[in-house]
Design a protein around this ligand. Structure first.
Ligand code: HPA
Length: 271
């Protein structure tokens, strides 16, 4: 990755009309509907943006959408790149760097995750307080990382406390149960074994998923304030583990999505 490449990606988007967005949003698996609410949308398919990771066939629908939401200029990623699709961590986080160069000042991230904390139920939302990186790599482990920020990026407070407080308040006002906890990212794409769920719980994780952490590390590298929420789609009880039902996971994500959209829209309003 070079600055020249990033600049070419940004130039392409500016020419399409992406005009200084203030807020970037990453929409997780099964959570793409917020994009439909954007006014005066301009779309850029990932496949058409210079130097964006080359998408797999399955992933042709991934796009960046620019427009207005709650009177703010936003850029939304509908679909993200996952490590388990065969990209490397620099590729996975390339769009975050592009959005930052477009001008975003805040980043909101969503994902679908399994509940490790068994007090948390599927269909609930969890605000990330902290995370554990179990993906076996870092998006900052490349030679010229120093050109883009501090190699030894501080991670003592990875999720912006001010925006977290705002989300907690919004959830209270909207009567949405908002759990808080630690998200652990795994590589996937296979789901976890019972023994792995036990291990993740012992580590202190409340939810597990296959994304978000690389993007949050890069946001911190760029000193870009970030918040993230997990839509809890399944309960990872090692003592009663059922075979995974992906259709159910997607259905629960879709049913829970309106609450997530409400939280994000209200936060955009307040910022
Ligand atoms: N494990 C990992 N990723 C997930 C899960 C899970 O149980 N549920 C949704 N994404």
């Amino acid at each position: 990755m070079t600055s020249k490449q990033l600049n070419e990606s940004v130039e392409y988007l500016i020419e399409k009309g992406f005009d200084k967005p203030e807020i970037g949003v990453v929409l997780g698996t099964g959570l793409g509907k917020l994009a439909e609410d954007i006014e005066s949308p301009i779309e850029a398919f990932y496949n058409h943006i210079p130097y964006f990771p080359l998408a797999t066939v399955e992933f042709h629908a991934g796009k960046l959408i620019y427009g207005i939401l709650e009177d703010k200029k936003v850029v939304v990623m509908q679909g993200r790149f996952h490590l388990y699709e065969g990209y490397d961590l620099v590729d996975v986080t390339y769009p975050i760097r592009v959005m930052q160069r477009l001008g975003i000042k805040k980043l909101f991230i969503s994902n679908a995750a399994g509940a490790i904390n068994l007090n948390y139920k599927k269909g609930e939302i969890m605000l990330l307080e902290d995370h554990i990186n179990l993906q076996g790599g870092s998006p900052l482990a490349f030679k010229n990382v120093g050109e883009f920020g501090n190699r030894f990026t501080d991670m003592s407070e990875p999720y912006d406390p001010e925006m977290r407080q705002k989300l907690i308040k919004i959830a209270e006002q909207e009567k949405i149960t908002l759990r808080q906890g630690v998200y652990v990212s795994v590589l996937g794409p296979q789901l976890e074994t019972k023994a792995e769920y036990r291990m993740l719980k012992m580590m202190g994780a409340d939810a597990v998923g296959m994304s978000t952490v690389p993007e949050v590390i890069v946001a911190n590298h760029l000193k870009l304030p970030v918040v993230a929420v997990s839509v809890l789609t399944d309960e990872c009880d090692p003592e009663k583990l059922q075979p995974v039902n992906i259709a159910e996971i997607i259905e629960i994500a879709a049913n829970t999505e309106p609450k997530m959209i409400k939280l994000f829209r209200e936060l955009i309003k307040e910022i």
